[in-house]
Design a protein around this ligand. Structure first.
Ligand code: ATP
Ligand code: MG
Length: 133
């Protein structure tokens, strides 16, 4: 891991900041504009969920820049209420807020790896990875 950075999510505007920083880092790793847009969209969804459901949290970036393997890891974490319906949130259309319920399934489609850990009352941590190929 060659680079690590986090953006605190407190205000709605921080979603934009996380998205922009993530896009910049993705560009530096070598992702093209289409993948940069995919990554930026995934970051927006994760940051927006933190803002909406946990109130505050952070989005962290880690680059992997080895000779034969480059990629970007994004970890969205919060100490919010956690996700009770963990077995349902990956289905399209599941929302507790009247949203589209497209956020997390969309993030999974946009990225190469997706891991979610959440316990009711114990916050949520979502780790996603995009590999450069
Ligand atoms: N960080 C989080 N903390 C607590 N609950 C969360 C968190 N992220 C997601 N959730 C829960 O998971 C559900 C599904 O999230 P998802 O982003 O897929 O859909 P949505 O936010 O409801 O709608 P959309 O993202 O399409 O506007 C949310 O409705 C919410 O109940
Ligand atoms: Mg959402």
């Amino acid at each position: 891991m060659d680079f690590q950075s986090c953006v605190n999510i407190k205000k709605e505007w921080d979603i934009v900041g996380a998205r922009q920083l993530g896009r910049d880092i993705a560009g530096k790793v070598g992702f093209g504009t289409v993948d940069q847009a995919r990554i930026a969209t995934a970051i927006s969804e994760l940051a927006r969920n933190i803002y909406l459901y946990a109130g505050t949290g952070k989005v962290c970036f880690e680059t992997i820049e080895e000779i034969n393997q480059k990629g970007l890891i994004i970890i969205a974490m919060d100490d919010g209420p956690g996700i009770r319906e963990l077995n349902q949130v990956m289905e399209d259309g599941f929302s507790t807020s009247g949203g589209l319920g497209a956020g997390l399934p969309g993030v999974k489609r946009l990225m190469d790896e997706f891991d979610i850990q959440s316990e009711q009352g114990n916050g949520t941590e979502i780790k996603v990875v995009k590999w450069l190929r």
